[in-house]
Design a protein around this ligand. Structure first.
Ligand SMILES: *Cc1c(COP(=O)(O)O)cnc(C)c1O
Length: 394
């Protein structure tokens, strides 16, 4: 392994951490598309199976390309261990299976990814794990939701699509005072903009599908944390239940991590510029992006994050009709609910990602009919603006 002991900057870790060169002296990381591994003799096979000597046995357990991705992401998040998974959802499932059991209670922010809500309420509930949902930005509500059997607090910050920001350090303290853990889905910020473990969180989960890849190619996920909980407990779930990351996908994500720092800076700069322009447009009622001084947690985001992120949303005057007209008038932006891509995407949350909620639930969540969400990509900001102006000025 390349000697990366000591202090290295994020950009360097993204390019270099975790790489192990083979005897072929390759410069770029190798892909190991192998399901199993060969032993020198029967005694070595027995010793590896018994865990007496380290080494690969089977790619459901370990794979060199996947391990390189895990070590690189662990270094970037500042965690002792990382377990890569087949998707972001299987990362969250593996986290819960590894650390919770029947009779446990978890508290989650109401604004988390919709499928995570379904995982908690439809599937974990079946196995005797109860979830309470609270307002992400209301620490009193988090405190009030705690029960004697609360084991885990789970949140996403900034939230989707309204970019609300939670105080990670404060909620970590609350969790620990109660003997519970704090897990943060760091999908929107990535370790480049926010390092939850350094702020006191115990576990970070990722949908690598989004910014870690950054070019919309593969589905994957990861759990990062300490050697016991993640390196043993969550790894044990992966090893037994099998939602592992493929070596090919791990290689794509490795290449994504190499450019993550520079991409996140560009996403942030363009999103902040777009937020400023939108806020000044007469058709726009309100813009949601932590870079704006009008954002309710602007100061907290500036303290907690090293950039405001690449996703923003805004309320259009004229409701759903105006929102759909704007979306349909674009020629370049992709109409898709995905995010974290080099390609800018535009979506109408009320009829897509939040379409299954009742009108009352949507109103309570602040998802208006005129709300439009943009994941700002890496195209020219002037071209993105021109593409939106066609619909805004119509
Ligand atoms: C997409 C997403 C997930 C789920 O990840 P998949 O890779 O699609 O399984 C989880 N959390 C957040 C915040 C997401 O955006």
């Amino acid at each position: 392994m390349l000697d990366l002991d000591g202090e290295w900057d994020m950009a360097t870790l993204g390019v270099r951490a975790g790489q192990v060169r083979t005897q072929e002296s390759e410069h770029s990381e190798a892909i190991f598309p192998t399901s199993s591994y060969v032993f020198k003799n029967a005694a070595e096979a027995a010793a590896r199976f018994a865990g007496e000597i380290p080494g690969n046995i089977y790619s459901r357990f370990t794979n060199p390309t996947v391990r390189t991705f895990e070590q690189r992401l662990a270094a970037m998040e500042g965690g002792e261990a990382c377990v890569a998974t087949a998707s972001g959802m299987s990362a969250i499932l593996a986290l819960c299976m590894g650390l919770l059991q029947s009779g446990d209670h978890l508290v989650a922010s109401r604004s988390i990814f919709g499928t995570t809500v379904i995982l908690f309420t439809k599937y974990l509930a079946r196995f005797g794990i109860d979830t309470s949902f609270v307002d992400l930005t209301d620490p009193v509500a988090w405190q009030a939701a705690l029960r004697p059997n609360t084991r885990l607090l789970f949140l996403e910050t900034p939230s989707n699509p309204l970019t609300e920001v939670a105080d990670i350090a404060q909620l970590a303290e609350l969790a620990h005072a109660h003997g519970a853990l704090l897990a943060v889905d760091n999908c929107f910020c990535t370790p480049v903009l926010q390092r939850p473990l350094a702020l006191g969180a115990d576990i970070v989960v990722h949908s690598a599908t989004k910014y870690l890849d950054g070019q919309g190619r593969c589905v994957g996920g990861a759990v990062v944390g300490d050697a016991k909980r993640v390196g043993e407990d969550v790894f044990g779930v992966l090893r037994t239940c099998g939602p592992t990351m493929s070596p090919f996908n791990a290689w794509v994500f490795l290449k994504g991590l190499e450019t993550l720092q520079i991409r996140m800076q560009a996403h942030c700069a363009s999103a902040a510029e777009l937020a400023r322009r939108l806020e000044a447009h007469p058709q726009v009622q309100r813009v949601y992006h932590p870079s704006l001084s009008s954002h309710p947690q602007h100061e907290l985001a500036a303290r907690q994050q090293s950039g405001a992120g690449g996703v923003l949303s805004f309320d259009l005057r004229g409701g759903k009709e105006a929102a759909w007209r704007l979306i349909d008038a674009t020629r370049m932006l992709s109409i898709t609910a995905n995010l974290g891509d080099a390609k800018s995407t535009i979506t109408h949350p009320a009829t897509t990602t939040h379409g299954r909620l009742s009108p009352e639930e949507r109103a309570a969540a602040g998802i208006g009919d005129g709300l439009v969400r943009i994941s700002v990509g890496l195209e020219s900001i002037d071209d993105i603006w021109r593409d939106l102006l066609a619909g805004l000025d119509a």
